[in-house]
Structures are given as C-alpha cells and as structure tokens.
Design a protein around this ligand. Sequence first.
Ligand SMILES: [Zn+2]
Length: 139
Amino acid sequence: MAEVVTCPSCSQRVRVPASAKGNPRCPHCKAPLPWVVNGDDENFADVSARGAVLVDLWAPWCPPCRMVAPHLVSLAGEKAGSLKVVKINVDDAPRTQSRFGAQSIPTLVLLKDGREVARQVGAVGLPQLRRWVDSSLAK
Ligand SMILES: [Zn+2]
C-alpha cells in the first residue's frame, strides 16, 4: 500500500509507502517527505511500530475530526522526516479504536516506537497541536 504525495521541496509526485524502516525521502531531491498514511486493523501494528507516530482516530461523520484533519497534514509537512501521521477511520477499524479505549473522537494518540506517550481528546488548533507534540516528544 502506497500513497502519492507532492514533494514539498521539488514538487514531483512521489509514492510514499505505508510502512518503511526509516522516514521516506524524495527519490528526486532527497528531501524528507510528509508521511500521512491511512491505517486499519490489519496494518496498524506494522504502520505504527517505529519512531514518532501521531495516530488520528477519526470518522467521516465527525465535524471536529474534519477540523483537525488539515492541521495534521500541516504538522506532517512541518515535521517531515521526524513525525508520521497515521489516520484511523474508527468505523473501519473497531479493534484499533478499542485497543486505545477511545470513547470519543477525534482522539489523537502520540506513540514513540509503538508506546503511547501522550493523548489528546477533542479538536485543537494547529499551534496547540504543535506545542503538544513538541513537548510530549521532548520528554
Ligand atoms: Zn523532491
């Protein structure tokens, strides 16, 4: 499973794998690429196992989830090479939702090498989201 993104550095369209050993880089200019992938119950363990991963538990029918979504894309761009965003549509991933015991959405869970380090329930703005990620990963 791969997703196509536009390289922020050279504007080439490139494929980004859902899981990889290291953070993906652009094959043309070698710049780190924003890494936003869609996960589900089948691939969750694989796509969330390594590095700093921000899990977004969301659903299409949830307006606050739609508010947060563009902030997550912005953050993935700012933190290309150091943060991966994994989007989990809870309607399609009930086991992952219950694994995190997420009773309301959006729930954002920050993982470091597969281990939960912080959790944010409810929609937040981009500056608040950035501060939360930075301070949680600095611990
Ligand atoms: Zn590039």
